[in-house]
Write a protein that binds this ligand. Sequence first.
Ligand SMILES: [Zn+2]
Length: 299
Amino acid sequence: MSTESSLRADIVEVGRRMYARGYTASNDGNISVRLGPDRLLMTPKGVCKGFMSPDMMCVTDLEGRKLQGDRDPSTEMLMHLEVYRQRPDVQAVVHAHPPIATGFAVAGIPLDRAVLAEVLTTLGSIPIAEYATPSTTELPKAVRKYIKAHDGMLLANHGALTVGGDLFAAYFKMETIEHFAKISLVARLLGRENLIAREEVLRLQELRGSYGINAPAPICADPPDGADAGSGTRGDDRSDEIATCQVVQAPAGGGMRLVPNLLDACEPIPATQGHEETEIRLTYRELSALIEEAVRSLR
Ligand SMILES: [Zn+2]
């Protein structure tokens, strides 16, 4: 069991890393850990997370009453309290505004496509909680929809939230989300995003057990079996239903591309238009003859 002093030091260290990596600017972001069954240790409001000291932290109960500390707790305390209420297994909560992931949250694009094995095994999918005014009771309500089934989510037009069995587990999930967002952005800029097939996604899910990964809910594929692509309801964000599984977009049997293949869509320029230098077309026989000739000249 971690002592209070080491947990205070861990919060300082995680805040420093978040600020150094550009996940927060100015006084953004907040961090909390469980100190006991009904006590939390939380970053104070109005401080830069890159320059905190252990004595700055607040101790609160699960109702948000301050028990100890010179400063007031984070303005996003209500969101943290909601997570601890909904998830008795969670020991730490991290909130930040990592710019690429937040860009997806602003664009309304969830990180829910089956593209990276390590993201599927750890977080499954990363949905977007509906927009809510920061620091109000709206934000815990928006988070409630996904927190039982997810250890990480985007917050629409705001940032990202991660939770874990200890503080560093929660922080590393924030790193994973931002890293995944960067890779997804690059793939989409390149014009191709090949998805991992549903069968492979289910195989990866099996690995969670052998790697000892405690995911809060299983992965479920979208579209569901028997439904057409795009008509799945489990990934429908407009529903008020509490999410019970991690909805991942994965095609049955492979071969589906959600992003059009821009490279294949480019029409080759016909040689007759005087652009011979742009493309050379050879029949198989002509190509074979050229290769044979090249091989002969090497002997
Ligand atoms: Zn925020």
